[in-house]
Design a protein around this ligand. Structure first.
Ligand code: GUE
Length: 299
């Protein structure tokens, strides 16, 4: 049976360390602050956003949510972001995705000041991360996956990492992190048009799945000894659960964990690590602004 990679426990250790760094910044007069902009009232988005701001507060940081109506105009949303960009008590800004279809999400993400872009979705940060510049904010999910791999001592050098999915948020940045000097993995990226997906996944020493489709990866699609990182967050109706649903990933967990060397569970794997890296990026933003002398909460 596979070893379970416990994202909740790794997060607990990392957050304990970060709480001390927050305390030190606070002693220097700066309380790191994250502002989350949530448009509309999608229940899943509301749940994610509240877990993000709660995690901030648990660390001693400020977490604020700005909830805008579903029909907010692009200009109104830009005005809100302008205000957060100019507010020296705000170190990180996150606009929760997906946005309603009438809003141009790329233009919205480009409106966030790159120094406060703790999601790492602004093209400047995406570019800095791609060239391996340490000033970049690295998107939280790929950063969290790299932390899990490092802390679990999973060998990457020369290993074949196969990524399923081609998103800007997870797969593209993860590919560049895994193939960079240091990790030195050989990376294959696959997606919905890949022919004979299983012929690729079966070659994986490390298999990362970020698609959003329950049971996409079955036991016959992996080789014995694989390390599986499941990024999926799928809600499955379940009357026996208090919320009326349960969370599953993209991997047939029960069957694949019989063949894998190690596997991340859902929930309790990549999800908590994503939030942990959001906290880390907010802390990084506060420190960078302190170093430039552009931060400090108004007293
Ligand atoms: N601008 C932006 N940045 C994001 O980082 C972002 C976003 N938009 N939109 C949506 C996705 C999704 N996402 C999750 C993070 C943590 C969990 C998480 O902690 N999940 C728990 C389970 C949650 C539950 O049970 O409901 C777990 O896996 O253990 C889930 C989903 C961040 N996202």
């Amino acid at each position: 049976m596979a070893r379970i990679i416990d994202g909740t426990e790794i997060s607990r250790v990392m957050r304990e360390q970060m709480a001390q760094e927050v305390a030190a910044l606070k002693a220097a007069g700066i309380t790191p602050g994250l502002s989350v902009v949530l448009v509309g009232n999608n229940p899943a988005s509301q749940a994610y956003v509240s877990s993000k701001t709660k995690a901030c507060e648990a660390l001693g940081m400020r977490g604020q949510t700005l909830n805008l109506p579903e029909n907010v105009s692009t200009q109104e949303l830009f005005a809100v972001i302008d205000r957060l960009n100019a507010d020296s008590s705000v170190h990180g800004i996150l606009v929760q995705l997906p946005l309603p279809a009438h809003l141009p999400y790329k233009a919205v993400l480009e409106h966030i000041h790159p120094d406060k872009d703790v999601d790492g979705f602004h093209p400047l940060n995406a570019g800095l991360a791609f060239v391996g510049d340490p000033r970049a904010f690295v998107p939280c999910t790929p950063a969290g996956i790299m932390e899990m791999i490092r802390r679990e001592n999973i060998p990457t050098r020369g290993k074949h990492a196969v990524i399923v999915g081609r998103s800007l948020i997870v797969s593209k940045p993860l590919a560049s992190l895994l193939m960079a000097p240091g990790p030195d993995a050989t990376v294959t990226l696959t997606h919905r048009h890949t022919q004979d997906l299983a012929s690729f996944t079966r070659q994986a020493d490390i298999l990362i799945v970020a698609v959003g489709k329950q049971n996409l990866i079955t036991a016959d699609m992996v080789k014995p000894g694989v390390v599986v990182i499941d990024v999926g967050q799928n809600r499955v109706p379940d009357d026996s659960s208090p919320r009326g649903y349960r969370m599953v990933g993209d991997v047939d967990y029960a069957a694949v964990s019989e063949k894998a060397e190690a596997i991340t569970p859902v929930p309790g794997g990549v999800g908590p690590m994503t939030i942990t890296m959001l906290l880390a990026n907010t802390l990084q933003a506060a420190r960078q602004m302190q170093a430039r002398g552009t931060s400090g909460n108004p007293r």
